[in-house]
Design a protein around this ligand. Sequence first.
Ligand SMILES: NC(=O)c1ccc[n+]([C@@H]2O[C@H](COP(=O)([O-])OP(=O)(O)OC[C@H]3O[C@@H](n4cnc5c(N)ncnc54)[C@H](OP(=O)(O)O)[C@@H]3O)[C@@H](O)[C@H]2O)c1
Length: 325
Amino acid sequence: MSKAIRIHAHGGPEVLTYEDADPGQPGSGQILVKHTAIGLNFIDVYYRSGLYPPQGGFPLIPGGEAAGVVLDVGSDVDWLKPGDRIAYAVTTGAYAGQRVIAADRVVKVPDGISDEQAAAMMLKGMTAEYLLRRTFKVKAGDTILFHAAAGGVGLILGQWAKHLGATVIGTASSTDKIELAKAHGFDHVINYREQDFVAGVAAITGGKKCDVVYDSVGNDTFPASLDCLRTLGTFVSFGQSSGPIPPFSISLLAQKGSLFATRPTLFVYNARREDLEVSAAALFDVVLSGAVKIKINQRYALSEAGKAHSDLEGRRTTGTTILIP
Ligand SMILES: NC(=O)c1ccc[n+]([C@@H]2O[C@H](COP(=O)([O-])OP(=O)(O)OC[C@H]3O[C@@H](n4cnc5c(N)ncnc54)[C@H](OP(=O)(O)O)[C@@H]3O)[C@@H](O)[C@H]2O)c1
């Protein structure tokens, strides 16, 4: 019998309960994995609170990111064997000591990347990959704005965007977070609790504004984020840590400068196995080359997942966080 965090109804961090949970046996196309480290993500909060509906109903095991070792493989899985180190990014099911997962959703972890780093970076790092390389192809000379710069996705994306040659502008809510973001690729960081970030971006860019805005804060930064874009710029709404963006008229995009707007998700961008492999390989490359450093800023026991959620929602975490089963 393994242990897992399960939720039986939506609610606050208190609904995360640490229970016995049988992982089951791997069927066709599946593997049984023993987790060594599990990543914490804001999407876990959405599944817990009910903003995102549980796909398989209750009880739900949250968690989208982990690393571990293969314990057993289904009869038709020939490219993995017990003992292999793997990692993955999916929607749910990771807050467990062991789990069964589809083999085509995992990748092998290369030497030079620890289990803890892999657990901390697969979901956040492959998100940075598709945002920078596919949603909008960031190139040298581009100017980008990324909100919540000192967060999990933020510290990875900042380093990667700098590596691509962009001018990287961020926002964060405290002096400590601003310093941290500046140490992770951000050229300029605006304290959006104290300063109007639209005016800040205008001043930094000399009125030229940004080619792309990546906004995962949602309600609190919309529609001001649109005012940080040049004409024909791209608005990427990829999360809602402060609450969802309210419905708006598409003609707003015309008024703000014939903007493009998209609401992407990692799970669509990496749905095909070939895209997942390219995405993971690109992430492993920038980490192994040293262009992107993965530091783990918070560690909790898996049984303390409720405390980890409180800290994430309370804006008390920076960078990546892992849960240890
Ligand atoms: N669409 C996708 O494919 C995808 C994939 C991964 C992640 N995401 C999204 O990316 C965002 C970042 O995820 P993450 O796991 O790395 O989280 P995170 O950035 O480590 O944490 C969220 C940050 O958002 C900021 N924030 C602003 N208003 C907030 C509020 N009212 N409550 C809580 N936080 C607030 C905080 O930074 P400050 O204190 O500096 O404001 C906080 O640290 C989330 O919105 C997540 O849903 C989307």
